[in-house]
Write a protein that binds this ligand. Structure first.
Ligand SMILES: Cc1cc2nc3c(=O)[nH]c(=O)nc-3n(C[C@H](O)[C@H](O)[C@H](O)COP(=O)(O)O)c2cc1C
Ligand code: SF4
Length: 645
């Protein structure tokens, strides 16, 4: 961001803010996350408490717990905390207390999933909605609520808010965005009712207006109320940004105290959360909302850079910032930012593994943070050991970082001039540049910990004694033989992405997994004609659901021809002869790119066996996989494995 002069009286990211009498120590909100940690009946596991306490200790001012269902049919996940019954009170009290102990203000997000709920996870209860229209997201036909049933849900919101207050939460948030029941009442796409809850814009607002009024009757007029709203629904025919601005004016009139602006619906056919969405993309929408209301406004989605957060507050574009994934991956983001230690912040690379897990109803996981529920410190080394880490890719660097933080004496050996392993290549395709932030972070941390990084050196040239070795030398690209391939230039994906070769147009890529797909995206963005040939029936089969459709969309828009259930038989007369399900086709090619995965080898294993040293193999050296596996195994080797030898 450009740095503009800031007026002397401008607020600071770390100045307090008061919302309906509730003072929050800074301008940082952690939004609601479905965690999917275990729940036994109404009893949440300790992981819940550790997750929230840790993020409170990291310095966030306001922490929103949830989404929390207000009604059994409105549950969106099996392991979701609820506020629909008094039996939840002990769990809710524990969470609120943990957040306060950590130094933050706890708020509870109340939600009814409406037609986003699923019968299978809700004990056979039908999903419900304003009108019987299925969503693209779940494809289940919801039951159309009767007027009396709508009134019952309004009372459920009020009762749930009462429980939140009794449990010690200091505010409640309504999830009025992303396509859940409140959004479904507001939108003409999903609300075709003819009773008092449907009709024109004003009538479609009746549901939430009555919810807010009922909640106020229950918890008192001044109890802080937050509304999570969409900036625009991103649904053709749905509410746009102007509709949401008008709606914000009404929300203020009805007594909402803080607006927490986010992106559009889960059904939206628009990229909203992945790395192709520019950093801070929704801030201008939130700023326009701020211009029409006098209550504070925050904004979420793709805000990770400290300087951006500082600046939008200082320039008065927002009153608060909502940091989601930035606080999953590094709970200390607020404290580090306040201390000016921006380079020590572990970056979110927007890989969306956390979203994939949420959509798959698995417990939350972050690719770059192997322990989301730590207490803020690593167990000190007892005794201190001399550890050699061989290989300076993500697995080796993370292992070295954790070992050195614990007090072990570590040496990191890298045979190339630079560390980072395959991360440099992984950062090359369109919208993947944030991966480079991980190399910068690990390099910065290793330098701060004074870990000697011995570059351009082989294991065999070391004379020092070590107690143990961690082997993280990565994998090499697999290759295949095709008849006639010697007739055309033939490259690997890495050579293309590293820019070490100049491909000739048109390009045929064999292998449409993530790497092949990203190589195709990279080449098509540079104007090449690309064909992708995949032997399996599904392209990008190794990708998570959150970003797979986005890359497919890029490939389609880039004109990449994808041939699935197909294989290149031979190269003949400047053409690739491809066997498809429909028969044999030929595609002209200027070069062939092989992208059929990676393989590890046994190099150095024999040396270590002969040396009789304890060793463990991690990351791609063990078996080629994702960044997440490299980082998590690096962490585990530097904690559990080292302690076990
Ligand atoms: C694992 C996960 C679960 C989420 N669950 C919720 C939720 O229950 N309620 C909600 O309003 N937003 C939920 N979100 C969205 C986040 O609150 C946030 O808006 C989103 O991550 C975008 O912000 P970010 O780019 O700062 O991460 C979830 C996000 C993630 C990653
Ligand atoms: S899993 Fe990926 S997107 Fe999610 S917080 Fe971690 S780094 Fe960010």
């Amino acid at each position: 961001m450009n740095t503009k002069p800031v007026p002397a009286e401008a607020p600071d990211l770390f100045s307090p803010i008061t919302i309906s009498g509730l003072t929050i120590k800074n301008r940082i909100i952690m939004p609601a996350f479905i965690l999917n940690y275990p729940i036994d009946g109404y009893d949440i596991s300790d992981e819940w408490l550790r997750f929230y306490r840790r993020r409170a200790k990291g310095g966030a001012g306001l922490i929103i717990v949830g989404a929390c269902h207000v009604d059994p049919a409105g549950r969106q996940d099996e392991h979701q905390i609820g506020a629909d019954r008094d039996e939840w009170l002990p769990s809710l009290e524990k969470v609120a207390r943990a957040i306060k102990e950590g130094g933050a203000v706890p708020a509870l997000q109340l939600n009814h999933a409406g037609r986003y709920a699923k019968k299978a996870i809700n004990g056979g209860l039908d999903p419900v909605a304003p009108s019987a229209l299925p969503s693209r997201y779940t494809k289940e036909l919801p039951h159309e609520l009767t007027t009396a049933e709508v009134e019952g849900i309004i009372e459920s919101f009020a009762a749930a808010a009462g429980r939140a207050k009794r449990a010690g939460f200091e505010a409640v948030e309504f999830l009025g965005a992303t396509g859940y029941l409140i959004s479904q009442f507001l939108s003409p796409l999903t609300n075709q009712r003819t009773d008092r809850f449907g009709g024109d814009e004003e009538k479609r607002r009746t549901f939430i207006r009555e919810v807010i009024a009922a909640v106020k009757r229950e918890v008192g007029h001044d109890f802080p109320l937050i509304f999570r709203m969409s900036s625009t629904d991103n649904m053709p025919g749905g509410m746009d940004d102007a509709d949401h601005r008008n709606f914000a004016i009404e929300l203020e009139k009805w007594g909402i105290h803080l607006l927490n602006v986010t992106a559009g619906w889960h059904d939206a056919p628009v990229h909203q959360i992945g790395p192709s969405v520019p950093q801070g993309h929704f801030i201008p929408y939130a700023t326009k909302i701020k211009e029409v209301v006098s209550i504070p406004v925050s904004c979420a989605v793709r805000i990770t850079e400290p300087q951006m957060a500082r600046q939008v507050i200082a320039e008065g574009k927002l009153d608060m910032v909502t940091l989601g994934r930035a606080l999953i991956v590094d709970p200390d983001w607020p404290n580090k930012t306040q201390a000016g230690k921006d380079e020590s912040i572990r970056p979110c690379i927007s890989c969306c593994n956390c979203f994939d897990r949420a959509f798959a109803r698995d417990r939350i996981e972050c690719s770059l943070n192997a322990d989301l529920t730590d207490d803020g410190s690593l167990p000190p080394a007892k005794p201190k050991k001399r550890i050699l880490v061989v290989g300076g890719g993500p697995a080796g660097m993370e292992a070295a970082r954790v070992l050195a933080t614990r007090g072990h004496k570590v040496t990191l050996l890298e045979k190339n001039r630079q560390t980072g392993g395959r991360l440099g290549t992984a950062a090359a395709p369109p919208h993947k540049s944030e991966i480079a932030g991980l190399i910068r972070y690990l390099t910065h941390e290793l330098a701060g910990l004074k870990v000697p990084v011995v570059a351009e050196t082989d294991f065999s040239r070391l004379s020092e004694n070590f107690d143990a070795v961690i082997l993280a030398t990565g994998a090499k690209e697999r290759t295949i033989l095709i008849n006639g391939m010697e007739q055309v230039p033939c490259y690997t994906s890495s050579e293309i992405l590293d820019g070490t070769v100049s491909p000739d147009n048109p390009v045929v890529i064999i292998g449409a997994g993530l790497v092949g797909g990203e190589t195709a995206d990279y080449l098509s963005s540079k104007g090449f004609d690309v064909s992708l040939v995949e032997i399996r029936p599904k392209p990008l089969a190794d990708m998570g659901a959150t970003l797979r459709w986005v890359l497919l969309d890029h490939l389609n828009k880039g004109g990449v021809n994808i041939h699935t259930s197909s294989s290149v038989q031979e190269i003949k007369d400047g053409k690739a002869v491809i066997q498809t399900l429909e028969g044999v086709i030929t595609v002209p090619l200027g070069c062939l790119v092989i992208s059929v995965g990676f393989e590890s080898d046994d190099l150095l294993v024999g040396d270590l066996d002969r040396a009789g040293l304890p060793y463990c193999i991690i990351g791609d050296k063990k078996s080629p996989r994702r960044i997440k596996d490299a980082i998590h195994e690096g962490f585990l080797a530097a904690t559990h494995w080292v302690d076990s030898i």
